[in-house]
Design a protein around this ligand. Structure first.
Ligand code: ZN
Length: 288
């Protein structure tokens, strides 16, 4: 099944395809093991920083190898790509999906750049799924002891969203509905009515994407899915597992342990458990 077909199924059956970010083999391996155990489709992604570290062809090859060995629908997304050029590079390298994020630009510039990326994707392959973003998402994928203020103009406007989708032809739309990247001092408050309004006016073939799923209470995630979200991003919570478990493991194994695979084994296990938890929350288990 293609990513587009899976997203269409998720939208009609009211569940969400998980999107997990990775920047090394261990996190990717943990996510794939979680998907294997739960029989869930997954989208794995690299931001520009993450893919510069891993390498584009390297990321494509690793995901391809895991897809073949697991027999699972695992797709690779170029997350938060900030230029048309970088989006084209990711598609040329073999990414299955691209997220062009020109949300910091004006509506017209965002439409122009996103349309160019969608056209490039279509010319390349009908299988590539293209995501655009409208509205402004604050924060970074980390744990921060501060509050992040969301301004009224940050939120995605439903009418503008319908217009954006019509003009650009995107397959997925990332929206700003009270979500912020990272885990901050105050719990994000999702504007569920806004999700419903956007869902009602945007073409039903277009999947609505909730970025920054880390830190949002489970009940709110479920409400967001029933309001029309069919793709949810998790990054910070996996990063936190990586860092915290690595510190614990180094401490526990002591100075005598030098084998990276022994030090990293409990780290992979902890990330896997976190991914399983999210897959169950999104109801994407046993869908394939
Ligand atoms: Zn994001």
């Amino acid at each position: 099944m293609s990513l587009k077909e899976i997203l269409a199924q998720a939208s009609s059956e009211k569940w969400a395809v998980p999107h997990f970010n990775f920047s090394n083999l261990e996190i990717l391996k943990a996510v794939v093991e979680a998907a294997r155990e739960t029989k869930s489709p997954v989208l794995v992604g690299t931001s520009e920083g993450e893919r510069n570290f891993v390498g584009l062809p390297e990321a494509v090859s690793m995901v391809k190898a895991f897809r073949e060995s697991s027999g699972l629908p695992i797709f690779l997304n170029a997350d938060h790509t900030k230029s048309v050029e970088a989006a084209k590079q990711a598609m040329d390298a073999g990414y299955d999906s691209v997220h062009i994020d020109l949300s910091a630009l004006s509506f017209e510039e965002n439409v122009r750049g996103t349309t160019e990326v969608v056209k490039y994707a279509r010319d390349k392959s009908s299988e590539i799924s293209a995501e655009g973003e409208l509205g402004y998402l604050r924060g970074e994928s980390k744990i921060e002891k501060k509050k992040i203020e969301i301004r009224p103009e940050d939120y995605t406007d439903p009418e503008e969203a319908a217009d954006f989708v019509k003009k650009t032809g995107v397959d997925r739309l990332a929206i700003a509905v009270g979500n912020v990247h990272g885990i901050t001092l105050d719990e994000p408050k999702l504007d569920v009515e806004r999700i419903k309004k956007i869902r009602a006016v945007v073409s039903p073939e277009v999947a609505l994407v909730l970025h920054a799923g880390s830190g949002i209470p489970d009940e709110d995630i479920k409400t967001a899915i029933s309001a029309g979200i069919s793709n949810i991003h998790i990054s910070t919570e996996l990063r936190a597992e990586f860092r915290e478990e690595l510190e614990k493991s180094l401490h526990k194994k002591g100075e005598a342990e030098y084998a990276p695979y022994k030090i990293l084994e409990p780290v992979v296990e902890a990330i896997k458990q976190k991914a399983v938890e999210k897959i169950e929350l999104f109801s994407s288990a046993n869908r394939m």
